[in-house]
Design a binder for this molecule. Structure first.
Ligand SMILES: Cc1cc2nc3c(=O)[nH]c(=O)nc-3n(C[C@H](O)[C@H](O)[C@H](O)COP(=O)(O)OP(=O)(O)OC[C@H]3O[C@@H](n4cnc5c(N)ncnc54)[C@H](O)[C@@H]3O)c2cc1C
Length: 646
C-alpha cells in the first residue's frame, strides 16, 4: 500500500517555546524581533484574501505601518466567504459565570479536535479569544445583547458552557464589516493597496524564500507579477472539492495548492468537516448546499421515527414513536454533541431506513418545544433570518413543521502546514485562517473558525511576521528576475493549455463527477478499499479532463470558464492527496471515520500509538507518490482519552 506515498524525514514545530503553556505566547512575543516603526513603510507584504483572516491581517499590518498589497477575487473585499458565517464566535469571557475559562476553552478544543491538534496553538487561541471580542466591540460590531445590555451568549456543540457571541444568524457578516472598515481606513490612508477581482495563480520563490505572486486580473485577463518581502495566504478552505458544500461557489484551493506545488507542505488534507445541519440535497440540478447554523441545536431537538419506513407527516407521529436519538445516546451533551458525532449519528439512522423526506436522507430538527417554552417571538428574535432562509428554500414553514436537515461538507481542517509563527516551511510564506491546518485537529468545534481567523489576523501574524521581516532586509527582487519570469511563463502556458484543449465536456461536468467520487469514497465514512478505488477513479478523470475539457472564450477578457478550469484542475490533484492521506491514516478520528476502525458501539476508534501526528505532505509531481513528513503531537496538559459525550 505504501506505493501510494513515501515516507520522508520527521518535522517539528521549532517556533513554539516550551515551558508552561500559559506563558508560551507571551514569551514568544517577547523573544520575537521587532521592526522599527520608521522601517516598516519600506517593507511590502502581499496578503491573498480579504475574509476575516486576510482582512484583519491586512488592516492590522497597514495600521502598524507596513506597505500591504491585498488581493481578492470578489468585486469587494467584504464579499469574502466569511460573510456567510451564521452562528457565532467563541471566546472564554465567562460572562455567564457558568464555569468557563481560558483553560476550559483550550481543553474543549483539544478534545473536540480528537487530540490531533497542537496544545501550544490551541492554548494561544483560547487566550487571544477574549481580546477578539473587545476589539470587535470597539469597532462597533453589533453583537446580540441581553436585556440588561451585556453581551449575550449561546452554546455550540462539544461544550457545556455558553461562550458563543453572536449577531443573530449573521455573525460573519457583522465581523467582516468590522474588519472591512478597518481595512478601508488603511486603504484610504495609503497603507494598503487593494486589488479586487484579481486571482493569485502562482507563488514566486527566490532563493528559497516566498517573494511574490503572479495574479490575473479577472476582468481584463491581464497577467502581472508582484514582488514583496513576504507573502501571506488567507485564501480560505477547499470544501468545494466535493462540488456540493455549504461554501460559496467561488471557494477553491488554488492559492494554497500552487504554494504546495512549489514546496509548501499540505497538512492533514483528509480532515473534512461534514456539518450535521444542512438543508438536504433536492436534486441533481443543485450547485450548492445551504447550512442551517449549529446554533439552532440550542433549541431545536433532533429526531426520527422509531420505526423504519414511517412515512407519516411529522405532526402525525406521536411523541412515544419518536426517537430523539442524540438525547438518547449522548445524554450529557444531547443535541449539542460535536459535529462529527452528530453527522455520523444522522447517517446511521438514515442507513437504518429511519430517515425522513425524499430518499430518506434527512432527520428532523424540531422547534415545537422551544416555541411552547419561549414563545414564537423569542425564537424569532434568536433565529429569525435562518427560519426565513429555510422557508424560502424549502417552501415549508419551520415554525409549524420541523426542519429537515442532513449532513453536508462544510469546513476543511487541513491546509498548509505552519509552525507556531504561522509560517509555512517556505520562509516568508505565512498562512492564516481556514487556509492553514493549525488549530482544530481532526474536528473543528462550532464557532471556532471565526475565532481562529481573527486571532491569526488581528493578533498572531502581526507579531510573528515582524520577527521574520526583522531578520532582513532581504535583497530587492526585480520583475525580470529569472524566478519571476519563470512563474509568469508557467501561468501563461497553463492558461493557454486550457484554452486550446477544445474538448467536448464542460468544466462543471468534471467538477460534479469529481465531487461524487469524493463524497462516495472520501466523505462521511472511508474504507481502504473505497479510497484505493477513488484514487484510480480520480487519476483517470484527471487525465480525461486534460484531453476533453472545453473552455470557450479567450484569456484577455472576463472568462469564468477559464477561472473555473484552473480551480478544478487544482481540485483534481488535491482530491488525490486527500484520498492518499485518508488511506494512510488507518484510524478514525474526528471528521475522518475509517469503517475498519470503530468501537463496538460504532464510535470512532483512534490509534494514538500509531497516528498521534500531523501528516505534512510534500508534493512530488502530478500523479507521483507524495512524501509524508510526520510531526509528532505531544500532550502535556490534555491527555488523550476515548472521547465521550455520553
Ligand atoms: C455557511 C457557513 C457558515 C459558517 N458559520 C460559522 C460560524 O457561525 N462560526 C464560525 O466560527 N465559523 C463559521 N463558518 C466557517 C467560517 O465562516 C470560515 O471558516 C471562515 O470565515 C474562513 O475565513 P477565511 O478568512 O480563512 O477565508 P474566506 O472568508 O473564505 O476568505 C478567502 C479570501 O481569499 C480570497 N482568495 C481565495 N483564493 C484566492 C486567490 N487564488 N487569489 C486571490 N484571492 C483569493 C477570496 O477572494 C477571499 O477574499 C461557516 C462557514 C460556512 C460555509
Amino acid at each position: 500500500m505504501t506505493s501510494f506515498w513515501t515516507e520522508g524525514d520527521a518535522i517539528a514545530d521549532t517556533a513554539a517555546p516550551d515551558g508552561p503553556v500559559e506563558t508560551r505566547w507571551e514569551r514568544r512575543q517577547f523573544s520575537a524581533k521587532l521592526v522599527n516603526p520608521a522601517n516598516r513603510r519600506k517593507l511590502t507584504v502581499i496578503v491573498i484574501g480579504t475574509g476575516l483572516a486576510g482582512g484583519s491581517a491586512a488592516a492590522t499590518l497597514g495600521e502598524a505601518g507596513y506597505h500591504v498589497k491585498s488581493y481578492c477575487y470578489q468585486d469587494s473585499p467584504r464579499r469574502a466567504h466569511s460573510i456567510a458565517a451564521q452562528g457565532g464566535i467563541n471566546a472564554a469571557k465567562n460572562y455567564r459565570n457558568d464555569g468557563d475559562s481560558i483553560y476550559r476553552l483550550f481543553y474543549d478544543t483539544v478534545k473536540g479536535g480528537d487530540f490531533r491538534a497542537r496544545e501550544s496553538n490551541v492554548y494561544r487561541l483560547a487566550q487571544v479569544s477574549v481580546n477578539i471580542i473587545d476589539q470587535c466591540v470597539a469597532q462597533g460590531v453589533p453583537f446580540a445583547r441581553e436585556y440588561g445590555g451585556l453581551l449575550d451568549n449561546r452554546s455550540f456543540g462539544g461544550t457545556q458552557v455558553s461562550r458563543t457571541f453572536y449577531a443573530r444568524g449573521q455573525t460573519g457578516q457583522q465581523l467582516l464589516l468590522g474588519a472591512y472598515q478597518a481595512l478601508e481606513r488603511q486603504i484610504a490612508a495609503g497603507n494598503v493597496e487593494m486589488h479586487e477581482r484579481h486571482e493569485m495563480l502562482e507563488l514566486i520563490i527566490v532563493d528559497g524564500k516566498a517573494r511574490g505572486v503572479v495574479v490575473r486580473d479577472l476582468v481584463t485577463g491581464e497577467i502581472s507579477t508582484e514582488v514583496a518581502d513576504a507573502v501571506v495566504l488567507a485564501s480560505g478552505g477547499y470544501g468545494n472539492v466535493f462540488f456540493l458544500s455549504t461554501n460559496a461557489k467561488g471557494c477553491n484551493v488554488t492559492a494554497t495548492w500552487r504554494a504546495h506545488r512549489k514546496g509548501a507542505y499540505f497538512a492533514n488534507p483528509c480532515y473534512t468537516q461534514i456539518h450535521p445541519t444542512c438543508i438536504p440535497e433536492s436534486g441533481s440540478h443543485q450547485s450548492k448546499l445551504t447550512l442551517m447554523s449549529e446554533s439552532l441545536r440550542n433549541d431545536g431537538r433532533v429526531w426520527v421515527p422509531k420505526k423504519g419506513g414511517d412515512d407519516r407527516e411529522a405532526a402525525d407521529i406521536p411523541e412515544d414513536e419518536r426517537d430523539y436519538y442524540l438525547e438518547r445516546i449522548y445524554p450529557a451533551f444531547g443535541n449539542l454533541v460535536p459535529r462529527d458525532i452528530a453527522s455520523r449519528a444522522a447517517k446511521n439512522v438514515c442507513d437504518e431506513g429511519r430517515g425522513v423526506g425524499p430518499g430518506g436522507l434527512g432527520v428532523y430538527l424540531d422547534f415545537a418545544d422551544a416555541i411552547t417554552r419561549l414563545g414564537q417571538p423569542a425564537v424569532e428574535a434568536k433565529y429569525g433570518n435562518l427560519f426565513e432562509m429555510y422557508a424560502r428554500i424549502t417552501g415549508e414553514d419551520p415554525y409549524v413543521t420541523p426542519m429537515r436537515i442532513y449532513p453536508a461538507v462544510h469546513y476543511t481542517m487541513g491546509g498548509l502546514w505552519v509552525d507556531y509563527d504561522l509560517q509555512s516551511n517556505i520562509p516568508g510564506l505565512f498562512v492564516v485562517g481556514e487556509a492553514n491546518f493549525s488549530d482544530h485537529g481532526a474536528n473543528r468545534l462550532g464557532a471556532s473558525a471565526l475565532m481562529q481567523g481573527l486571532a491569526d489576523g488581528y493578533f498572531v501574524l502581526p507579531n510573528t511576521l515582524g520577527n521574520y521581516l526583522a531578520s532582513g532586509p532581504y535583497e530587492k527582487v526585480s520583475a525580470d528576475h529569472p524566478s519571476v519570469v519563470e512563474a509568469r511563463t508557467q501561468v501563461e502556458e497553463r492558461l493557454q493549455k486550457f484554452l486550446t484543449i477544445n474538448g467536448d465536456r464542460t468544466v462543471d461536468s468534471f467538477h460534479r463527477e469529481l465531487g461524487h467520487i469524493m463524497w462516495e469514497y472520501c466523505g462521511m465514512e472511508r474504507t481502504e478499499e473505497g479510497l484505493t478505488k477513488a484514487i484510480g477513479l480520480i487519476q483517470a478523470l484527471r487525465e480525461e479532463f486534460w484531453t476533453r475539457v472545453k473552455v470557450p472564450g479567450v484569456g484577455a477578457e472576463l472568462n469564468q470558464n477559464l477561472e473555473r478550469a484552473g480551480r478544478v484542475a487544482d481540485f483534481f490533484e488535491l482530491a488525490e492527496l486527500m484520498c492518499v492521506d485518508a488511506l494512510h491514516r488507518a484510524e478514525s478520528c474526528g471528521g475522518h471515520f475509517r469503517a475498519e476502525s470503530q468501537t463496538e458501539d460504532g464510535e470512532a476508534l483512534r490509534h494514538d500509538d500509531e497516528f498521534s501526528y500531523v501528516a505534512a505532505w510534500e508534493f512530488a509531481g502530478t500523479g507521483a507518490a507524495p512524501t509524508l513528513h510526520k510531526e509528532d503531537l505531544n500532550f502535556e496538559y490534555v491527555h488523550p482519552t476515548q472521547r465521550s459525550y455520553k
